[in-house]
Design a protein around this ligand. Structure first.
Ligand code: ADP
Ligand code: MG
Length: 394
C-alpha cells in the first residue's frame, strides 16, 4: 500500500502538489474544468489539516519556453472560485525563481499558491535533477495527484521525490485501488473490452491481459487487423499493417491460454468515413471491397452484451466504433449501457472511452473512470509507473 495524504501530520507543513490542470482552453477561457474540480478534495483536505500548498501542473505543449496562451493563470482564478479563497498565482517565465521561492516560504497554514506551467522549462520533460530540486525546495512533502503523467519520469512527476518524501493524493489513491484490484485481484469472471483504432498501441496490454482475464472482447478499428490476420478481406477498413503479425500471435496465444476471446461477427460498413455515408450490416466474411467498417453490428452487440452479463469485473479501453459519429455510435452505446447495468466493478480507461461514456450520460454509472489514458494502459500492462513507484510505502 502506498502512503496517502492521510498518513501525514500536516500541521505546519508545506505540500508541493503535482496536479493535472491540463484543461482545454478556448481564447483564454476554460471550456471544461473537470480536472480542476477533481483536485479539490485533496486540496481541501490539506488546507483543513494545517498545511499550506504549492500547486503545480503542465498545460499543453509549450516546448520548454514561456507561451502566454498556455499560462496557468485561468486555472488559479477558477480554483479560487471553487475554494472560496484566493489561490495566489505566482508567475515566472522560468517557473521557479527567487520571487516564487519567497512567496512559497511566506505561505501560512491554510494558504495556497499555484506556480507557472512546469513545461515552460525544457528540463521538465527531461527529468532534470536540478529543476526537480528547485521544485522540491518549495515545500516539505511531495503530493502526487496527476495520474495522467505518472507514467513519465519528468522533474515534477517523479524526480522531485529524490529530494522530499512523496505521498499520493485522493485521485491517485482511487486509481491504484480500482486499476490495481482489477489487475491483481479481480472478482471473476474478469472481462476486458479492447477497442480503439490501432492494434500496435494496445498490443502489449492485450498480451498481458491474456494472462489475467477470463473473457477478452475486441472491437473498434483494431478488429479489422485481426480479421485480416484470419484471412478475411476487410475492404477499406482500418488496417494496422505493423500490427498484423502481432494480431496473429494474439489469436494463437488466446487459444493456448483458454481465454474466451471474442471478435465481432458482423459490422456496420460505410462508403466513406462520414456520418451521412450510406452504410449496411455485413457478416465479417463478406465486407465489400469498397466499404469500411465503422461499428460493430447487431449480432455482435448481442454476443458481446450477453457474454458481459456474466462478468464481475470489466475493464474497458477503447470505443468499439466511431462513436463521434451518431450513426456509428450504436455499438459503443450498447456496451456502455450494458456495463452501466451490470452488478460488477466497471473500470473505464482511455480518454476516448471516457469521453464516450460521458457523451451517453453514463459516467456516474461506472465504478471508476481512469483519468490517465497512456498511464492506465501502462498500468494494465503491469508496468511500474515511475511517478507511482516514488510514492512511499505504508
Ligand atoms: P482510448 O482513448 O479510449 O484509449 P483510442 O484512442 O485507442 O481509445 O481509440 C479511439 C478512436 O478509435 C476513436 O476516435 C474512434 O473513432 C476510433 N475508432 C473506433 N472504431 C473505429 C473503426 N472501426 N474505424 C476507425 N476508427 C475507429
Ligand atoms: Mg484516445
Amino acid at each position: 500500500m502506498k502512503k496517502t495524504i492521510k498518513d501525514v501530520n500536516w500541521e505546519g507543513k508545506r505540500a508541493v502538489m503535482r496536479c493535472d490542470f491540463n484543461v482545454p482552453l478556448k481564447e483564454g477561457a476554460i471550456t471544461d474544468d473537470t480536472r480542476i474540480k477533481a483536485a479539490l478534495p485533496s486540496i481541501e483536505y490539506l488546507l483543513e489539516n494545517g498545511a499550506s500548498i504549492v500547486l503545480m501542473s503542465h498545460l499543453g505543449r509549450p516546448k520548454g519556453k514561456a507561451v502566454p496562451e498556455m499560462s496557468l493563470a485561468p486555472v488559479a482564478a477558477r480554483l479560487s472560485e471553487y475554494l472560496g479563497k484566493e489561490v495566489k498565482f505566482v508567475s515566472s517565465d522560468v517557473v521557479v525563481d527567487d520571487t516564487v521561492k519567497a512567496a512559497a516560504a511566506e505561505l501560512k497554514a491554510g494558504e495556497v499558491m499555484l506556480i507557472e506551467n512546469v513545461r515552460y522549462r525544457s528540463e521538465e520533460e527531461k527529468g532534470d535533477p536540478e529543476f526537480a530540486r528547485e521544485l522540491a525546495s518549495l515545500g516539505d512533502i511531495f503530493v502526487q495527484e496527476a495520474f495522467g503523467t505518472s507514467h513519465r519520469a519528468h522533474a515534477s512527476t517523479t524526480v522531485i521525490a529524490e529530494y522530499i518524501p512523496a505521498v499520493s493524493g485522493f485521485l491517485i489513491e482511487k486509481e491504484l485501488k480500482f486499476l490495481g484490484d482489477a489487475v491483481n485481484d479481480p472478482v471473476r469472471p474478469f472481462a476486458a473490452i479492447m477497442g480503439g483504432a490501432k492494434v500496435k498501441d494496445k498490443i502489449a496490454v492485450i498480451t498481458s491481459l491474456l494472462d489475467k482475464v477470463d473473457i477478452l472482447i475486441i472491437g473498434g478499428g483494431m478488429a479489422y487487423t485481426f480479421f485480416k490476420a484470419q484471412g478475411y478481406s476487410i475492404g477499406k477498413s482500418l488496417l494496422d499493417e505493423e500490427g498484423l503479425g502481432l494480431a496473429g500471435d494474439i489469436l494463437k496465444l488466446a487459444e493456448e491460454k483458454g481465454v474466451n476471446f471474442l471478435l465481432p461477427v458482423d459490422v456496420v460498413a460505410a462508403d466513406e468515413f462520414a456520418n451521412d455515408s450510406p452504410h449496411d450490416v455485413y457478416a465479417v466474411d463478406s465486407i465489400p471491397d469498397n466499404r469500411m467498417g465503422l461499428d460493430i453490428g447487431p449480432e455482435t452487440i448481442k454476443l458481446f452484451t450477453s457474454t458481459l452479463k456474466e462478468a464481475k469485473t470489466v475493464v474497458w479501453n477503447g470505443p468499439v466504433g466511431v462513436f463521434e459519429m451518431e450513426n456509428f455510435a450504436v455499438g459503443t452505446k450498447a456496451i456502455a449501457e450494458c456495463l452501466a447495468e451490470l452488478d460488477a466493478t466497471t473500470v473505464i480507461g482511455g480518454g476516448d472511452s471516457a469521453a464516450a461514456v460521458a457523451q451517453f450520460g453514463l459516467a456516474d454509472k461506472m465504478t471508476h473512470i481512469s483519468t490517465g489514458g497512456g498511464a492506465s494502459l501502462e498500468f494494465l500492462e503491469g508496468r511500474e509507473l515511475p511517478g507511482i513507484a516514488v510514492i512511499e510505502d505504508k
